[in-house]
Design a protein around this ligand. Sequence first.
Ligand code: 2AM
Ligand code: CA
Length: 264
Amino acid sequence: MSYLQTACNAAKLAGKMIFSQVSTGIIAEKKSSNFDVVTEIDKRSEKMIRDFILEAYPKHSFLGEEESYGAEQPLSQVLQDARDVPFLWIVDPIDGTANFIHGILGFTVSIALACKGELVLGVIYDPCRDELFYTELGKGSFCNGKRISISEEEQAADCIIATGFVSTPAFREVNIASMDSIGKEFRSIRVLGSAALHMAYVACGRLGAFWQYGLSVWDIAAGVLLVREAGGMVTSTKGKVYSLSDQNIIASNSKVHSTVLNCL
Ligand code: 2AM
Ligand code: CA
């Protein structure tokens, strides 16, 4: 089985399990604060994906949001060392955990593979619409077997842009502040609750752009390659080419990128 097929199968397996658990009374556990929550389903999903991938490739490295890092090394170190790691799987077992907890249908599974620090594969599965987005470096982006590409709109006023709020108060504040200027330029703003879903929607042209402060690598790694391979652009909010340790990002159809950049 190819790496891509393995990632797609793992994402679908976990995604269907998550979807079967919506509104079944799953309890949220607090992580760092009331805003930062996790459920047993996040952990079950991560274990399913980790077992699936590591069974196929026992020598590969695995970085998951919930349980697979942090014990020995801080995340910043893991990302700094990533350029020496031949195969690093970067996994968000549920992106949009808050939606999942509240019974709102907006969550995804996100799986990326980085080889020596370079993103080579990305899969985002939305079990709510049964949409499987996937890409490989140099091969374009796809959704459910069809090639996808970014929107052709040149003007921000013709595009919908999305954003989101992480659990860290300082990042929320700066994100909210930036909505004022962005809201004046774009047709409308959406907050769907999953950064990975936003990235997938930029890649397939439903959104013209997405920006957010305070993200982690597992939220966006798959989406970064998906957007790039669909013809779009991903940078930090300072306009630098995305690197795995960037937390503040803009993803767009390229044409409206500078408008977002100038608003921040
Ligand atoms: P999560 O559901 O996996 O927590 C919501 O706007 C988006 O921000 C989701 O992708 C959510 O991922 C992410 N998010 C929320 N809190 C975060 C945090 N403290 N660090 C990184 N990403 C976060
Ligand atoms: Ca996440």
